[in-house]
Design a protein. Sequence first.
Length: 755
Amino acid sequence: MSQTLGITADDLRYPYLAALNEAQREAVQALDGPVLVLAGAGTGKTRVLTTRLAHLLISGRAAPGQVLAVTFTNRAAREMKDRVAALLGRPVEGWWLGTFHALAARMLREDAERVGLKPNFTILDTDDQLRLVKQLLEAEQVDTKKWPARAVLGAIQRWKDRALTPDKVSAGEAGDLAGGRALALYAAYQDRLRTLNACDFGDLLLHSLGLFQDHPDVLAKAHRRFRYILVDEYQDTNVAQYLWLRLLAQAHHNLCCVGDDDQSIYGWRGAEVDNILRFEQDLPGARVIRLERNYRSTGRILAAASGLIAHNDGRLGKTLWTEDAEGDPVRLRGLWDGEAEARFVGEEIEARQRQGHKLSEIAILVRAGSQTREFEERFITLGLPYRVIGGPRFYERLEIRDALAYLRVVHQPDDGLAFERILNKPKRGLGDATLRLLHGHARAREISLPQAARELAGTDELRPAARRSLADLLADFDRWRGLAREMHHVELAETVLDESGYTAMWQNDKTAEAPGRLENLKELVNAMEEFDSLAGFLEHVSLVMEAIEGQGRDQVNLMTLHSAKGLEFETVFLPGWEEGLFPHQRALDQSGLRGLEEERRLAYVGLTRARRRAIVSFAANRRMHGSWSVSLPSRFIEELPDEQVERESDPGLYGAPASGFGGAGFTDWGAGRESPGMARARQRAGQASRFIDVVPDLVETRPAQGFGSGERVFHRKFGYGTVRLAEGERLTIEFDKAGEKKVIASFVVPEDQAG
């Protein structure tokens, strides 16, 4: 290629190439054959995608209608469309750009009759799908309390994500779902959809695959149409999407997939990281181009993130680098408990705000949605405006509002709005007809809804079954009010949620959201520990909700790590890095090593959201299920490179000296003082020294020393034992009397030093 003064002919012909770095330019110009662009966090992935798409059109390699560009969200599709139009200087017409579902639907309508549908088929939303499944369950006389419609629909959706039609799902895989009738229900569901001339979202790809596989002429038409295929976020594709792309790319092999195996964090919703890992194997001769220059984060943040993710085996490998400043190290802060952690984060944010930093450039990224509660409470106390991204605020969540409604009716028997909310939650056969009758009677008698219910429960106005259910519910509230006079309000809340069946309702729910809702309910009970009475807690919640309404626009961002994908902030706080919380125990239990590696990728995503500052924190104690437990620091903390991390802890924590950091009053926690929450817990339990019982060695710790397998040790709480496994600071010990326990090395001494 001719070149003058470092400027190539392509630079003159295509000036937009000059704005790209070497790897980005290679990715844009590699137009022939299969290409995998491994785009690390902050390396300009969107720029490469849009420039490549524009280059195909500007260079004359393809007309707009010959390019299939696939995104994961409508927002990404709009952004790509606008950027390409800006490069071309005009809008593009007639091209195929959109999400997997949108593009599959567009293709399917052209040949819908081939799969038993009409071109004007309807795409059902989730509510319609649930209603249809519920009808089928009732027709088959399946117990919907044991097998809710949402659980059955969830299984069907997972099968569709894996491109499994009813005849391809094994009986063993279906198991005892829906009483062993899941496959028959799946087949009946598909038949019913065809009768309705309808699809769900999973069908759009499932039917398209069927068309391509069973009708070669339909696939040949697609091959004639599309010469180039571009795919964004390839690491998040599921099996059905993978197969769909493979079939479409069979003729020309011009498939360009852009993604990052280190950011594959959606396995729980069907994403298969193996799709990107085996790209070269599936497409012989494929080029792999790595985008490794990062334009977002400082060098030390990138080095810390790279050191962490290097512990994953399931990755193709790349190392991010930057020409920007090295920056500050990642800060690691150890704290006594979750309350102290929220206080630390709040004080840090206030300090940043005083220095002129915008709150909107600060984010707190949590592993579990239930973690937001303590931060929300603290921010409201400080008057720091905040917003929860990707979901409602803690006290606005459906399950929290339901639980509060139960407690409001216990406390205030005439609270009609709260009573109406939980009248049929869980389902008691008190539906809309019953509610209309209650409202009519309440208006006629000018009494509250609960009073109307009490009067009608003793008459024949209601059907016998509804009358019995209503009478039972009212009797439950009477009993709970009696218990409220003698039972602590935290125990009362647990009793109400259990005896009402509300907790069991979510325990029996098999959807992906149910575990999170249960965690939120437990966190609600934890929150009540901070108050002296039920009345005080309910008043606090009312004031919190009022404070939320008046907040301004410059707000701290609070969200889960999953919701943070694709975002970036000047300062990022990453709290709760503890074993069982992060990595989350549920991920480890359900998916083993694959689950652990996805959790590590989630940690990598969290770190790489930060442009200038990343602050990781963990608490030595967490209040779980109404009681305190000692927490082990996350294994991810040990995997961060020492040279990129500045470690600081409250004095006395795991043998740490006073750091002198964290604000007035903060270093006091290490002197054996209880946090206010711990003190209230001890007082409620009536224990003389609950703090020492729960965290026996945090007051008297020693510097960590190495222990080997087979060594005899002593622990103040668990006694004598033998080390079975040593992983850095974490020890697995078989205690003579207490059995196997996991403890921190600084909590034990060699047997000969005991006493």
